[in-house]
Design a protein around this ligand. Structure first.
Ligand code: F0G
Length: 459
C-alpha cells in the first residue's frame, strides 16, 4: 500500500532547542554583522539552511559506534572497520582518510597536477577549483546544455557535455591528468549525473588513456535520482547503483560531511599504487598517519556506520521529497527556482525573481537577508557577491553567471513542520519582493569575499 505522506523514517531521541527571535532582534543581529549572514551566531538562527555540510544528525547507532572508537595511533580497530566499509562500497584499492573534502583535494592537486594542466569536469566545486588553481592548473567546467538552462526541468542536469569533453581531450590531451565528475553537481544546483553519462565519460577516458575520478560527496543522493529517473536503473538497489558508479572511476575524493552522515571526515581513494604512495607520504606531513588521517578513531567508526545508513531508500525518498516539496511551494508562490529541485538544496533564481536589483547590487544577497529578516531562516547567496569579481576604481563588479540563493537541508535534522515554516517564510518573501532593495559593499577582503564582506542596504 502506498501512502501520500512520506514520513521522516526515524524518531527523535535527543533534541536541541531552536531559538525563536523577533523581527526587531533579527534586524539588529544583521545590522551588527554588517548585513552578512555568515556573521550570525547559530543561537540567532531558527532554521539554518546555510549548508548541508557537517550539519546532519547522527543516528543512535553512530553514537554507539563513537563509544567503540579505538584511538590507537596506528592500525586501530576503528580504521579497520572504516576501511572495510569504504573498500566494499567503492571497490578502490587504496583508501586514504582525511579530515574533510578539501584536504583530499589539496593532496590530489599536489600529487597529480602540475602548472599548465587542464582539469575538465561537469562543474568544479569552489574549493576543488581553488586547489587546482593554487598549483597553477586550469579547472574547466563542461556542463551539459540542459544544465545551463536553470529553469528547464531535465532529469540529469548535472551531466558533462560529452562533445566538449572529447574536443578538449583530443586537442589538449597531453595537459589533462584526469577528468573529474562531481556527483551530484553542487555548483550546478545539486543536479544528478546519469549512469549513462558516467559510462560515456569513462569510455572517452579510456579512449584517451586518462583517469576518471569522482568528487563523490553526494553519491547516495545521485544514486537515488538515478533509481528514479533512469530507465535501466528503476528498481535497482541504491547500494548497487552506488557501487557501480564508483567502479566506473579510478578513484575519488569525498567529503564525508555530506553523504557520510558525518560532522567531519573525508576520503581520497585510488586504484593506482604510485599515486596512493605519494598521497600517503603527503598525508603524513599534513593530516596524520595513514590509518587515521586527521580523524579520531571514534570519527572513523561513526563514519563507517553512517556510510552503511546513507543508502537507505526510505531515508533518501524522505530527503528528496523534503526538497521537492519546498520547491513546489516556492513555485506556487511565484518564486523561480532551479528546476528540478536539487538533491541537497533548493536554489532560488534571484535574477529572475527580483529583476529590479542589478547584479552589482547583489540580488541574491538581498533575498537571503530578507529570508532571515522574515523568519530567522539562514540561506546563502551564490551569485555576484560569492563569485563575481570586484570592480576596480569604483567600477561595478564583473557579475557571476547566475544570481542564486541556496537553501541547503542538513541531513535528518529538520522535520516536515520546519519545511512548512520555511515555505511560509518564502510565501511572505514573495509578497515583499517589490520592496526588496540592493546592497553595497563597504569593506571586502581580496579573496572569498562573501564570508566576511561588510555591506549596507541601499536606500
Ligand atoms: N566538493 C563538493 C561537491 C562540495 O560540495 C564540497 C563542500 C567539497 C567538495 C569540499 O568539502 O567542505 O568537506 O572540505 N561543500 C560545502 C557546501 C562546503 O556548503 O556545499 P569540505
Amino acid at each position: 500500500m502506498k501512502f501520500k505522506t512520506i514520513i521522516e523514517p526515524f524518531k527523535i531521541k535527543s533534541v536541541e532547542s531552536l531559538p525563536i527571535t523577533t523581527p526587531k532582534e533579527r534586524k539588529s543581529f544583521l545590522e551588527r554583522e554588517y548585513w552578512n549572514v555568515f556573521g550570525l551566531k547559530s543561537q540567532e538562527v531558527t532554521v539554518d539552511l546555510l549548508t548541508d555540510s557537517g550539519t546532519g544528525s547522527m543516528s543512535s547507532e553512530q553514537w554507539a559506534a563513537i563509544m567503540r572508537g579505538d584511538e590507537a595511533y596506528a592500525g586501530s580497530h576503528s580504521w579497520q572497520r572504516f576501511h572495510d566499509v569504504v573498500a566494499d562500497l567503492t571497490g578502490y584499492k587504496h583508501i586514504i582518510p582525511t579530515h574533510q573534502g578539501r584536504a583530499s583535494e589539496k593532496i590530489l592537486a599536489t600529487v597529480t597536477v602540475k602548472e599548465g594542466d587542464i582539469i575538465p569536469s561537469n562543474s568544479h566545486f569552489d574549493t576543488t577549483r581553488a586547489n587546482f588553481e593554487f598549483v597553477k592548473a586550469e579547472p574547466i567546467d563542461l556542463l551539459c546544455k540542459e544544465g545551463l538552462d536553470l529553469l528547464s526541468p531535465a532529469p540529469f542536469k548535472g551531466n558533462i557535455d560529452l562533445e566538449k569533453l572529447e574536443d578538449i581531450l583530443s586537442r589538449k590531451g597531453e595537459k589533462i591528468p584526469f577528468v573529474l565528475m562531481t556527483i551530484t553537481n553542487n555548483t550546478g544546483g545539486g543536479q544528478p549525473v546519469s549512469m549513462e553519462n558516467l559510462k560515456s565519460t569513462k569510455k572517452l577516458c579510456e579512449k584517451y588513456n586518462k583517469m576518471l575520478l569522482l568528487d563523490a560527496c553526494r553519491f547516495a543522493e545521485n544514486a537515488w535520482f538515478v533509481s528514479q529517473r533512469e530507465e535501466d536503473y528503476k528498481g535497482v538497489e541504491i547500494r548497487d547503483i552506488t557501487k557501480e558508479a564508483f567502479r566506473l572511476a579510478d578513484g575519488c575524493t569525498i567529503s564525508l560531511k555530506k553523504d557520510g552522515f558525518g560532522n567531519i571526515g573525508g576520503i581520497l581513494a585510488f586504484n593506482d599504487d604510485q599515486l596512493a604512495e605519494a598521497s600517503r607520504n603527503l598525508l603524513i606531513l599534513t593530516e596524520g598517519f595513514p590509518t587515521y588521517g586527521g580523524l579520531a578513531g571514534r570519527d572513523l567508526d561513526a563514519l563507517a556506520q553512517g556510510l552503511k545508513e546513507i543508502t537507505d531508500k526510505n531515508y533518501l525518498e524522505y530527503r528528496a521529497r523534503s526538497i521537492s516539496y519546498l520547491g513546489e511551494k516556492a513555485l506556487s508562490y511565484g518564486i523561480p527556482i532551479v528546476q528540478p529541485a536539487g538533491g541537497h538544496a533548493l536554489y532560488i533564481d534571484a535574477k529572475t525573481f527580483v529583476p529590479h536589483i542589478p547584479p552589482h547590487q547583489y540580488p541574491g544577497h538581498s533575498v537571503a537577508c530578507e529570508i532571515y529578516l522574515i523568519g530567522g531562516v539562514r540561506a546563502v547567496e551564490l551569485g555576484t557577491l560569492a563569485f563575481g569579481v570586484a570592480g576596480a576604481n569604483g567600477e561595478p563588479d564583473k557579475p557571476a553567471t547566475h544570481e542564486l540563493v541556496r537553501l541547503a537541508a542538513p541531513r535528518r535534522t529538520y522535520t516536515q513542520s520546519h519545511f512548512d515554516y520555511v515555505a511560509e517564510v518564502l510565501e511572505k518573501l514573495a509578497e515583499s519582493k517589490e520592496k526588496l532593495k540592493g546592497y553595497e559593499i563597504i569593506e571586502q577582503p581580496e579573496q572569498l569575499r562573501h564570508f566576511t564582506a561588510k555591506l549596507r542596504p541601499l536606500t
